[in-house]
Ligand binder design. Structure first.
Ligand code: FES
Ligand SMILES: [Fe+2]
Length: 321
């Protein structure tokens, strides 16, 4: 069996679960990763914390909890819940204090990243890019598609002509990253008849666009060089369905962020233009991947093969109890 056949619906990795501005201090959000329920909140100290979703006292779902200082207060019996991996700290408040298993979470690109608890948590993806650029985020948008089909699309060289009116020039170069991940470096030429965005890209680029796509888990970072202008696009996919859901009925929540290198003059205005260009590009993909029944058995596109092989090596998340 090829590695691609092992591509998991829910690999063990970081996932973007929300925009950072959707979680102000005192807000609690909840969801699941691979069927494992979580809650996440921002304490009054501004720090994000996440834990298992069920109260360690009697099991109430903590989505109805309130935030007090850096803890959650369960709505059922008002115990203070401290998400952590070590014993609870000395209580600051009288009453019941319990610890809940913490989940690693972080804020990057204006997005909130969450990792299921594991013996070993991988480093947060794309940290260098996050520090090197000004960012503007977008989304989320629900797409009626399997996230695996969307990742394939991000590396599918053969679809560039039909969907994006671009032609791949020369041979792409593939590289596995030591920290985990796949990088594809290639060049495209903008063809005629791609609508306003292709017309503009052609004017800006003089015809050629140099691209580097890096896939880590369910996210892709695209670095593109168009003439003298360098841009970054981050696309993070959050599967929406329980493990085992049929691929053609899966849905995916897509988050995006675009970046310009630090020091770019007039970056605020330019970021809006870059976001419009990336979203115009992506809308063409969303239309064709919706409802797709992904099959990779006879696909010889080198980009799709490489990303499917990389994904096939990722460990599945433990099944929920
Ligand atoms: S169930 Fe949460 S405090 Fe009792
Ligand atoms: Fe595409």
């Amino acid at each position: 069996m090829s590695a691609a056949a092992e591509w998991q619906h829910w690999p063990q990795s970081w996932y973007v679960v929300a925009r950072a501005d959707a979680v102000p201090a005192g807000r609690v959000i909840s969801g699941h990763l691979g069927g494992h329920a979580w809650v996440l909140y921002r304490g009054q100290d501004g720090v994000l914390r996440a834990s298992d979703a069920f109260c360690p006292h009697m099991g109430a779902h903590l989505r109805t909890a309130t935030v007090a200082g850096d803890t959650l207060v369960c709505a059922l019996h008002a115990c203070h819940i401290h998400p952590q991996t070590s014993p609870p700290p000395k209580p600051e408040h009288a009453g019941c204090h319990l610890s809940a298993r913490a989940w690693p979470c972080a804020e990057q690109f204006g997005l909130i990243w969450l990792h299921p608890p594991a013996d070993k948590t991988a480093p947060l993806p794309f940290a260098d890019a996050a520090d090197s650029a000004h960012w503007l985020n977008g989304g989320p948008q629900t797409i009626a598609a399997d996230w695996r089909a969307m990742i394939c699309n991000g590396f599918d060289l053969a679809h560039m002509r039909a969907v994006h009116q671009r032609e791949v020039v020369g041979k792409p170069v593939f590289e596995r990253l030591p920290e985990g991940g796949l990088r594809m470096t290639y060049t495209t030429r903008v063809l005629a008849k791609g609508g306003w965005s292709s017309w503009l890209m052609k004017r800006l680029s003089g015809g050629h666009i140099h691209l580097v796509h890096t896939c880590i888990g369910s996210s892709i970072l695209v670095h593109s060089r168009v003439g003298k202008m360098q841009t970054l696009g981050l696309f993070a996919l959050l599967p929406q369905d329980a493990p085992g859901t049929a691929p053609e009925t899966r849905r995916t929540l897509a988050f995006a962020a675009v970046g310009l290198p630090r020091g770019t003059r007039g970056y605020r205005i330019k970021l809006y233009l870059v976001r419009a260009l990336y979203l115009a590009f992506l809308r063409k993909d969303f239309v064709v991947v919706e409802g797709m029944r992904l099959q990779l058995a006879h696909i010889d596109d080198p980009g799709v093969q490489a990303v499917a092989d990389y994904q096939g090596c990722l460990k599945a998340m433990e099944p929920p109890p």
